[in-house]
Design a protein around this ligand. Structure first.
Ligand SMILES: Cc1cc2nc3c(=O)[nH]c(=O)nc-3n(C[C@H](O)[C@H](O)[C@H](O)COP(=O)(O)OP(=O)(O)OC[C@H]3O[C@@H](n4cnc5c(N)ncnc54)[C@H](O)[C@@H]3O)c2cc1C
Length: 414
C-alpha cells in the first residue's frame, strides 16, 4: 500500500476528548496513537496478505498494552478499562486484526487466567502471554452452536485424575498460530447450564489437537480463523481452569469487559473511516470546489462526527462504570453491575460504526472501495463486531430486559 492511499494523519483534532478523559488517559491516547501509526500503519496490507500478526504482539507486550487490564502482581499494567479502551480504539483504527488478537490475549484469555488460575497456571501461561511470547485463542463457538453457549457439544470426560476431550470448534481466531487455547467444553452435558461447562487450557501441540483447517472470512484477515478439532486429547488436571462446572461463570464474569472492548474497537474503526473521509473531502474537487462544500457531503460528515462522539461517550461511561464497580465490588460483580451499559455500548458502536464506514465509503466513492485503502479495511473489518462477542439482537434483548427489570422494581417500590 502506498502512503498516499491514507488521507488521515497520526494527529487529528477531534480525538482529543478533553473534558471526559483524565490527563493520564489523554497522554496515553497520544502515546498509543503515535506508536501504532509509526510502527503498524504501513503493515496493514502485508499482515492481511500473510494472514497473521502474532509477530507484532511482543511490541505491544513491551509497552504493557496487552495486559493493560491485568493487575501488576499477575504481570499486567493494571491500568483499568478506562485506559484499556483507549488502546483498543487506537489500535483498532490502524490494524483491526492486531486489535482483535490483543483483545483475545489480554481480555478473553488473560482475565479468566488472572481470576481463576492457580499460581502455576499464572506463571506458565499468563505471564508469557502478557509479554507477547505466547499467542493464544479462545474457543467457544462450534459448528452447531454460537450465541447459545450452553448448547456446546464438545466434551471433556474424566480419565483418572485427568480428562479426555473430544469435539470441534469453529471460527477460532488465532488458533492456527497459538501456543495454547482456552477452550470451553461440556464436562457435565446433562446438567443445567450453570454446571454444564468448564474451561481448559489446551497446548496446541497436544496429541489429538488439529487446528489446520482454516475458515476463510470476509474481514479480519490478519489472523487465522480455524476449526479446532479435538480427538481424544488427554490433559492432566493442571489444564482445568477453575473448578469443573465453572465455565459459564467464567464467561459471564468476562462479559462486560469483553463487550466494552469490542465497542471500543468498533469505535476505532469508525473514527478512522471518518478521519479518512473528512481529509479526502477537503482535497477532492468536483465542479471547481472541494466536495466538502456540497451540503450532501458536509451534512453526512456532521452526522458521522456526532455518531462517533456519542459512541465514545457510551464506551467511556461503560468503562468508567466497570472500573468503579470493580474497585468497589470485585470482578464478578462488576460484570453483572454494568451489564446493561456494556450492552448499550456493544450495540451502538459496531452497528452505528458500520454505518459510519459506509458513509465514509460513499464520500470517497471508488477511492474508498479500492483495496488497500484504510476505509475499505475498516468497512470489512468492523462488520464482524456486530455479531462476534454477542450479536446486535442479543444486546437489544439484554438492554430491554434490564430496563424493564428496573422499571418493574421502581413500580413495586412506589
Ligand atoms: C471472523 C470471526 C472470528 C471469530 N472468532 C471467534 C473466536 O475467536 N472464538 C469463538 O468462540 N468464536 C468466534 N467467532 C464466532 C462468533 O463469536 C459467532 O459468530 C457469534 O457468537 C454468533 O454465533 P453464530 O455465528 O453461530 O450465530 P447464531 O448464534 O447461530 O445466530 C444467528 C442469528 O440468530 C440470532 N439469535 C441467536 N440467538 C438469539 C436469541 N437468543 N435472541 C435473538 N436472536 C438470536 C442472532 O442474533 C443471529 O442473527 C468468530 C466469528 C467470525 C466470523
Amino acid at each position: 500500500m502506498t502512503p498516499s492511499m491514507t488521507y488521515a494523519r497520526p494527529v487529528e483534532p477531534h480525538t482529543w476528548f478533553g473534558c471526559f478523559e483524565s490527563t493520564e488517559e489523554r497522554a496515553l491516547r497520544a502515546e498509543v496513537r503515535q506508536f501504532v501509526w509509526d510502527r503498524f500503519e504501513g503493515l496493514r496490507e502485508e499482515i492481511d496478505a500473510k494472514g497473521r500478526c502474532d509477530h507484532l504482539m511482543p511490541l505491544l507486550g513491551e509497552r504493557g498494552y496487552i495486559g493493560s487490564l491485568v493487575r501488576p502482581e499477575f504481570g499486567g499494567a493494571g491500568l483499568g478499562l478506562g485506559a484499556s479502551v483507549v488502546i483498543a480504539e487506537e489500535l483498532g483504527g490502524v490494524i483491526p486484526s492486531l486489535a482483535a488478537l490483543r483483545a483475545v490475549s489480554g481480555v478473553f484469555v488473560a482475565k479468566p487466567l488472572e481470576e481463576f488460575g492457580t499460581q502455576e497456571q499464572v506463571d506458565t501461561w499468563l505471564r508469557p502471554l502478557l509479554t507477547g511470547e505466547y499467542t493464544t485463542a479462545v474457543a467457544m463457538t462450534e459448528p452447531q452452536s454460537g450465541s447459545d453457549l450452553a448448547a456446546m457439544r464438545t466434551t471433556a470426560v474424566r480419565d483418572g485424575d485427568g480428562w479426555v476431550l473430544n469435539g470441534a470448534k469453529k471460527f477460532i481466531s488465532g488458533a492456527a498460530e497459538s501456543d495454547f487455547i482456552l477452550c470451553y467444553v461440556a464436562t457435565n452435558p446433562d446438567a443445567a447450564p450453570h454446571q454444564r461447562l468448564s474451561g481448559f487450557i489446551i497446548p496446541t501441540d497436544s496429541p489429538g489437537v488439529d487446528v489446520s483447517k482454516a475458515v476463510l472470512t470476509m474481514g479480519l484477515k490478519g489472523l487465522s480463523h480455524s476449526y479446532v478439532h479435538l480427538d481424544d486429547v488427554r490433559l492432566g488436571p493442571e489444564h482445568l481452569l477453575g473448578a469443573a462446572g465453572d465455565g459459564l461463570r467464567m464467561l459471564e464474569f468476562l462479559l462486560a469487559a469483553e463487550r466494552i472492548d469490542i465497542a471500543a474497537r468498533a469505535l476505532g474503526n469508525a473514527t478512522r473511516a471518518f478521519e479518512e473521509a473528512r481529509a479526502y473531502a477537503d482535497i477532492r474537487h468536483a465542479s471547481g470546489r472541494p466536495i466538502r462544500k456540497f451540503q450532501a457531503i458536509n451534512h453526512r460528515l456532521a452526522d458521522m462526527r456526532a455518531t462517533i462522539d456519542a459512541g465514545r461517550l457510551l464506551v467511556l461511561r461503560a468503562a468508567r462504570y466497570y472500573d468503579q464497580a470493580l474497585a468497589e465490588h470485585g470482578a464478578e460483580a462488576a460484570s453483572r453491575i454494568c451489564n446493561e451499559e456494556a450492552s448499550i455500548a456493544k450495540l451502538y458502536c459496531p452497528e452505528k460504526g458500520f454505518w459510519v464506514c459506509d458513509q465514509a465509503m460513499q464520500i470517497m466513492g471508488g477511492h474508498g472501495y479500492e483495496q488497500g485503502t484504510a476505509v475499505e479495511a475498516m468497512f470489512r473489518d468492523i462488520r464482524v463486531l456486530r455479531f462476534g462477542g454477542g450479536t446486535d439482537e442479543i444486546q437489544r434483548h439484554i438492554v430491554q430486559r434490564d430496563d424493564y427489570r428496573r422499571f418493574h422494581e421502581s413500580r413495586e417500590q412506589a
